[in-house]
Design a protein around this ligand. Structure first.
Ligand SMILES: C[S@@+](CC[C@H](N)C(=O)[O-])C[C@H]1O[C@@H](n2cnc3c(N)ncnc32)[C@H](O)[C@@H]1O
Length: 249
């Protein structure tokens, strides 16, 4: 079983570094956010006219995804979960003006363990479960279990959207995707006028024992196997992908 406590995310300094620099090195981060918002408007916009949409942000970090959704719909009610106290405190600070938001410091492993013991702390059902760059820290079976957990916590007609790094189907493609990522970082650093270089990151990502990305196919199949419909990859650029599905009935 993967252990959050032993991962770099349990260290405050790693969390801080991500919050400060993610816009520089997360490939097309702005576009990923734009696609998330387009998805929300298209699939949940009508529902949002009738009542506040309930959102669950898994591995929320400092709440970046929830804050993006708030730009589209300031009436959402969000529950944010992260294993890192540092990250969650930042999310709390950034979102303090919104009433009724819930912040929970739990790892995904703890969520699954609690549920298996009948102590599920999330009594709610959600309309939209979102996650970004967090679930690839789980092993394959844990991912599938978490997808099942997400499915159970969605209302009928609710959606799951996951922004994630995925493993390429071949080593050759994986190497090229890392080159692509490095090229993008290089260009983005110039555009943003950044002095510090993050071009080492794609290689570091590959060698990091905390990362357990699975291929897109494995994850799309896992989503289908726990009952999701409309499962697809909605966007992909190298190893960065957006995929998810809908809960029917
Ligand atoms: C790369 S950051 C992404 C944060 C945010 N979603 C974003 O896109 O800005 C990954 C986040 O996932 C959290 N995380 C990683 N593994 C986790 C686990 N097993 N359980 C809960 N949170 C986890 C980390 O603490 C961190 O906040």
């Amino acid at each position: 079983m993967s252990k959050f406590e032993k991962s770099e995310w349990a260290e405050d300094k790693h969390a801080k570094e991500f919050m400060e620099n993610a816009d520089i090195y997360i490939l097309e981060r702005k576009r990923l956010f734009e696609i998330l918002k387009s998805f929300y408007t298209h699939f949940l916009g009508e529902k949002a006219n009738q009542r506040p949409i309930k959102v669950l942000d898994l591995g929320c970090g400092d709440g970046a995804l929830t804050r993006e959704l708030l730009k589209k719909d300031p009436k959402i009610k969000a529950t944010l979960i992260d294993g890192s106290a540092e990250m969650l405190n930042n999310a709390r600070k950034q979102l303090e003006s919104y009433e009724g938001f819930i912040f929970i410091q739990k790892t995904f492993q703890e969520l699954l363990e609690d549920e298996s013991k009948g102590n599920d702390i999330i009594a709610d059902e959600f309309d939209f479960v979102i996650s970004s760059l967090a679930i690839h820290h789980l092993h394959t079976k844990e991912k599938e279990d978490l997808f099942g957990y997400i499915h159970e916590h969605l209302n009928s007609g609710g959606f799951f959207l996951n922004i994630e790094t995925v493993k390429a189907p071949t080593d050759e493609l994986e190497s090229w995707y890392r080159v692509l990522w490095g090229e993008w970082i290089q260009k983005n650093q110039i555009n943003m006028g950044v002095q510090e270089s993050f071009e080492y990151l794609p290689e570091q990502y590959k060698n990091n024992p905390d990362n357990h990305p699975d291929t897109l196919n494995i994850q799309l199949n896992a989503l289908k196997s726990v009952g999701f419909q409309q499962v697809d990859c909605y966007y992909k650029y190298g190893i960065f992908a957006i995929f998810g599905g809908e809960k029917y009935g």
